[in-house]
Write a protein that binds this ligand. Structure first.
Ligand SMILES: [Fe+2]
Ligand SMILES: [Fe+2]
Length: 246
């Protein structure tokens, strides 16, 4: 059995769950004014956040560390809560959710084929793109309810990134240093492609939040530098500091 220090992450996820319960939901009753470009964009992200996480949980269980498995279970619950909040936000704006989106179905199918390490590298691409996206919404959306929901999701995503970085650092430690460098460089290359696709697909929504396509891609790539270092052996923020670096 692998012995790892995920107890602090379990406690961080649990205390966040308690805080969430104490604070309660945003006030959906006040409604949201959602322009069409934001509805289309949020609908796609809602599908992306939605999933039962069973593939990831199965792979985490196989890693043989029950504390890590528990942390992954709590992580999946947070992602499901994002999907729930985005659904209620769309409802507050008088819009519905999508059945599914081809890009998401393809993403899920690819991830099923992968082992835990590669699955986490792919998942990390989604997490880092999400950081840029929810950051743009929190800071630039015209509607207060959108900004609140985006801010809540962003705070969770900021915790998810170092959590995955820690596991990836352990997973990649078996590789020689040049191979680790190649993996993290390849990861950043894929991140650039994904950020570009999202910038094009969600360009009108980002524009409405005051973020140009090029700026979105550049910002996303810049934010990934410390993550690549963390994955290949650099410092990983502890749960308490998560968010300070992202
Ligand atoms: Fe999420
Ligand atoms: Fe996340």
């Amino acid at each position: 059995m692998i012995k790892t220090g995920y107890g602090a992450w379990v406690r961080a996820f649990e205390s966040e769950r308690e805080r969430r319960a104490a604070v309660g939901d945003p006030d959906w009753g006040r409604g949201a004014r959602l322009p069409a470009e934001l509805v289309r964009s949020i609908q796609k992200f809602q599908v992306g956040e939605d999933g039962d996480g069973s593939a990831l949980r199965g792979k985490a269980d196989l890693a043989g560390d029950p504390v890590y498995s528990e942390a992954v279970r709590l992580f999946v619950a947070e992602e499901q809560n994002h999907a729930r909040m985005l659904r209620l936000l769309l409802e507050a704006g008088g819009a519905g959710t999508l059945e599914g989106h081809w890009s998401d179905a393809a993403f899920v199918r690819v991830r099923r084929l992968l082992g835990l390490r590669v699955e986490l590298l792919v998942l990390m691409i989604a997490e880092v793109v999400a950081l840029g996206y929810y950051g743009a919404l929190r800071d630039g959306a015209g509607d207060a309810l959108v900004r609140e929901v985006a801010g809540r999701i962003l705070a969770d995503e900021e915790r998810h990134v170092p959590f995955h970085c820690l596991r990836l650092q352990e997973g990649l430690a078996v590789l020689p240093r040049p191979a680790r460098r190649a993996v993290t460089a390849g990861w950043r290359g894929l991140l650039a492609c994904a950020a570009t696709l999202v910038a094009v697909d969600h360009g009108p929504a980002l524009r409405a939040c005051g973020v140009g396509r090029g700026a979105f891609v550049a910002r996303t790539l810049r934010s990934s530098a410390w993550m690549a270092r963390a994955m290949s052996g650099g410092p990983v923020p502890a749960p308490a500091e998560a968010g300070a670096r992202v």
